[in-house]
Design a protein around this ligand. Sequence first.
Ligand code: IPD
Ligand code: CA
Ligand code: CA
Ligand code: CA
Length: 263
Amino acid sequence: MDRWEEIDTYAKQWIKEAGSRIIGSLSSPLRIETKSNRNDLVTNIDKETEQFLIQKIRTTFPGHRILGEEGFGEDVKDAGGIIWILDPIDGTVNFVHQKVNFMISIGVYENGEGRLGYIYDVVRQELYSAWKGRGAYFNGARLPKLKENRLEDTILALNPFCIVENRIIDPKKLASLVRNVRGTRCYGSAALELAYVAAGRLDAYVTMRLSPWDFAAGKVIVEEVGGIVTDIYGRPLNILENSSVFVSKPKLHETILERYLKE
Ligand code: IPD
Ligand code: CA
Ligand code: CA
Ligand code: CA
């Protein structure tokens, strides 16, 4: 097994193991804390899951660095070498309130470039994965390249904050986009929304502010099926910076960008 095969094999094994541990914990009471505000939640399970994954990575790949949402990894300031980017539970509010639609997200980057991506839908036991240059997969089955569709046939995932007054995006333009597509959705998990674009369940996704661990895995997966992942101005994402995110297929990406997102 070469190095990347080894990383891929372990990552898949660990993400499923972490998922089973979460399922096993569902009947125990959660300890919920708040972070930056009363809606920014973290639970003991977010923390335990991140610690579980980090312990595995550190033991098996001591030379790799780890960036994790809950802060148990390193303070990563540059993109050099191999970096694992972890979101132990993406969609914590869903996890706490709904016990569904929360993901474990793992991206593996080398010198700033996405190599491997994994998004695990814990409750549905659905694994979205990708290896740069070798395709994207849904539970091991190859995902086809994305097919273009017309704007009026689009299912758009949107963070509803895009259509309230804000400093990043013009809510009027977004309101007109919402009127012109077939339907809009908001699942409350950026990783799920990226995975659904890759799987063709959504055609586009727009959101105003994500962190690296929200999009690291999804970016690799979406790009492997020919999708485009940029910020809402069409600029490439920096894997160590927070950013707005806009994901779609090439033609639809261009249409939405030109008509609704660019100044
Ligand atoms: C959040 C989810 C949500 C997105 C937020 C993220 P978390 O991640 O992905 O969909 O709108 O910006 O912070 O905190 O549940 O891991
Ligand atoms: Ca969080
Ligand atoms: Ca997240
Ligand atoms: Ca999280």
